[in-house]
Design a protein around this ligand. Structure first.
Ligand code: SAM
Length: 337
């Protein structure tokens, strides 16, 4: 059997890795993750529960440029859903409020792209798949994205990035994300996957039975309603969103969902308090398999699920990337030993 070696950076709980494994299986291949990088201890916990024995580098910034050659293993595909807060709308307004820098100027998270870039430059994997929020496209009038692309294009064929929506790929969640792929060798045009158009509803992703603790309290329900009314008067956004299980999608579930569930409260009937999604339901709305394990608190599980990539979309991208590699004969696969 042939194997694809990967690197899982900003790995979260391994959404990109799961997608690649599904894709390789569909193409009769096999994959092996050579190393993952994740700074958050709770995400590491979930990651290692699901993928024991994978080599971990906690902080990607801990690897200096001159250490990359020796410390980063050789690989065929680099996967990275790099932190999006410095570029996301919510993250920017939060940073402005705290008078913190955003975008590339955020020295904690905004410049992490350059760590990916240095690895690509030195290790030269055959391809890469990057993911970020849609807002990266327009952030600073597109300047940040154009810097990213011009850097990557020095060494890679990088087709124009594509914004894809999870709800077009069999998931009942609106989640528009930007995807950037690249290939070391150009062998013809790369095409992003087309929407699957599979029809689903929110109810297909919900549990029949759920713990009563997910029904929001009278107090929280009241405060949601007051805030919504106030926002409406001030001409701001409309606050919480009630989602009927028969709808075709929820709003984007963010990593802050644990706070008050405002982006998606499940309608339970007139005169009944709505309920929050359970962490398992959020993972399901992201395309994670039922076999996926998480033994962390609800708060951490919501964060992890809300941060993850939609598996169905990334799996389809992985399939196209692998087909491109096979077609262009870049893929000199090693045998599993
Ligand atoms: C958007 S999430 C990626 C989620 C992942 N794609 C998934 O499907 O689960 C970004 C991740 O980068 C991690 N991170 C942030 N700074 C990091 C650093 N310096 N080194 C390694 N990981 C980092 C965060 O903890 C977070 O889990």
């Amino acid at each position: 059997m042939k194997i694809i070696k990967s690197l899982d950076l900003f790995a979260g709980v391994g959404g990109m890795r799961i997608s690649l494994t599904k894709a390789t299986k569909k193409l009769g291949l096999h994959d092996k993750c050579k190393m993952y990088s994740e700074i958050d201890e709770y995400s590491q916990q979930t990651y290692s529960t699901n993928f024991p024995n994978t080599h971990l580098i906690e902080d990607i910034k801990s690897i200096k440029k001159d250490e990359i050659e020796n410390k980063v293993p050789n690989h065929d595909i680099l996967l990275a859903g790099f932190p999006c807060q410095p570029f996301s709308r919510a993250g920017i307004s939060n940073r402005k409020y705290l008078r913190r820098a955003h975008g590339f100027d955020d020295k904690d998270q905004g410049d992490l792209f350059f760590n990916i870039y240095e690895i690509l430059k030195i290790k030269k994997p055959k391809s890469f798949i990057l993911e970020n929020v849609q807002n990266l496209e327009s952030y600073d009038n597109g300047k940040v994205l154009s810097i990213i692309l011009s850097k990557l294009r020095k060494y890679y064929y990088v087709p124009d990035p594509k914004v894809l929506d999870a709800q077009d790929f069999g998931l009942a969640q609106r989640r528009r994300r930007i995807y950037i792929v690249g290939f070391l060798n150009y062998k013809g045009e790369f095409k992003y996957p087309k929407p699957s158009l599979k029809r689903v509803k929110v109810k297909d992703f919900l549990d029949r039975k759920f713990d009563k603790k997910y029904i929001i309290s009278d107090r929280l329900w009241k405060s949601h309603q007051i805030r919504k009314e106030r926002n409406k008067k001030n001409g701001k956004g409309f606050g919480y969103r009630l989602t009927n299980p028969n709808e075709k999608s929820t709003r984007t579930i963010s990593s802050r969902y644990y706070k008050d569930g405002g982006e998606c409260l499940i309608f339970r009937g007139e005169n009944k308090n709505p309920r929050k999604l359970t962490p398992r339901e959020v993972f399901r709305l992201q395309g994670f398999p039922e076999s996926f394990k998480f033994k962390v608190s609800d708060l951490q599980a919501y964060k992890q699920a809300g941060n993850a990539v939609p598996i169905n979309v990334v799996e389809k991208i992985c399939i196209e990337v692998l087909k491109y590699l096979i077609r262009s004969e870049n893929l000199k696969l090693s045998n599993v030993s």
